[in-house]
Design a binder for this molecule. Structure first.
Ligand code: HEM
Ligand code: HEM
Length: 178
């Protein structure tokens, strides 16, 4: 086994999951409406720290390690189509872009939420609509994220969720991309 996801990555990931869950739960009639903005700010803070860690963090945390050129993403999709895609120790090329999209989705949703608290956009209906649509879009991305994780876990017979909890994955072997 090797260590892939460092402590900070895991802490940020599960904090983000909790924060996004609270932003949604707080829009329901549960009496926790007060938590909406705070949880949204926590999510925004997670994204900011993750962005910094993407430049200065350890190998598998770095954007340069997992954000691949479109041609490489296409090549990976073709391999998937033929059931020949290699196992990646870090994020695979499709997963890498999903990470970037998820982070952007969280940032955009939090930003449009915050804008509604400013003097200029206080009570702005268009902004409320944009914010709500972004939140739904984010939910769609999260669904795709989970489908991708289930698919990859089954394809390579390894529990990726467990890896995001412990940080550890089986050492690379064969054609694996380390
Ligand atoms: C609010 C919902 C979620 C968001 C916004 C989210 C976001 C992310 C992000 C940004 C990463 C990249 C990690 C990094 O490099 O820092 C990631 C990875 C991952 N997430 Fe999530 N996540 C969410 C929910 C979940 C849930 C519910 C699970 C599991 C049940 C999960 C399992 C994973 C796994 C296994 C990885 C690693 C993927 C890989 O092996 O390449 N995520 N997620
Ligand atoms: C990034 C995470 C966030 C998510 C997923 C999210 C999600 C949502 C959703 C789904 C709604 C619609 C509620 C409804 O129609 O009943 C909403 C409304 C709203 N959100 Fe957020 N939000 C987030 C962050 C924030 C932040 C950071 C702020 C402010 C600092 C904020 C402020 C608001 C406001 C003012 C509304 C309108 C409330 C109303 O109906 O009067 N949100 N949000």
């Amino acid at each position: 086994m090797i260590q892939v996801w460092d402590r900070l990555i895991r802490l940020l990931h599960w904090t983000l999951v909790g924060a996004i869950a609270i932003t949604w739960l707080s829009t329901m009639d549960l009496g926790i409406g007060w938590a909406h903005e705070r949880a949204g700010y926590v999510a925004a803070a997670v994204v900011s720290i993750r962005l910094m860690w993407g430049w200065v963090g350890r190998r598998y945390a770095r954007f340069a390690q997992f954000v691949r050129r479109p041609s490489m993403v296409l090549a990976y999709c073709r391999q998937m189509w033929h059931h020949r895609e290699p196992r990646h120790i870090g994020h695979n090329p499709l997963g890498g872009w999903m990470v970037v999209t998820l982070l952007a989705g969280v940032a955009g949703t939090a930003f449009t939420g915050w804008l509604q608290t400013t003097d200029r956009y206080w009570g702005s209906e268009p902004l409320e609509i944009i914010h709500t649509w972004m939140a739904w879009g984010l939910l769609g991305l999260i669904a795709l994220h989970l489908i991708g994780i289930m698919f990859t876990s089954l394809r390579h017979r390894e529990n990726l969720v467990h890896a995001m909890i412990t940080g550890r994955k089986a050492a690379p072997h064969g054609d694996d991309v380390a």
